[in-house]
Design a protein around this ligand. Sequence first.
Ligand code: RB5
Length: 151
Amino acid sequence: MSTREKLTVALASDHAGYPLKEALIRHLTARDIDCIDCGTNSTESCDYPAYAVSGCCKVLDNDADLTILCCGTGIGMSIAANKLKGIRAACCSDVFSAKYTRAHNNANVLCLGARVVGEGLACELADAFIDTDFEGGKHLRRVEMINELEK
Ligand code: RB5
């Protein structure tokens, strides 16, 4: 992933995703994973695209290995994140998808819906995403085809 000693995950949310982001930071910190908190920092209403950018910039600037974004559904965050060149964001609510979007799509951003998944499942989704490596091979060719679409 990087030359960093410890895995680093950036997390960002809007107001709807804020409590879930906080729970994920507690969970990942307990796993000895470095977390970068990109806000928001309360349940006061705010606009998720701004936080999608803040979270994704950490991966794009190589300050983090992966990013997790939380909003109400996870969908708004994923739509916004996927507008950024170099971002492959997946909105997941099942563990199989969270695992295989790393293994096959080399996704670098996981989007979670705080109004869709509970904290326990969200932590399992984050674990599956973080603990799975890209398989490369034929999947690399396909990801490169996605990269071509950005040009
Ligand atoms: C905020 O109410 C909500 O629209 C937002 O968190 C997200 O679900 C958008 O996709």
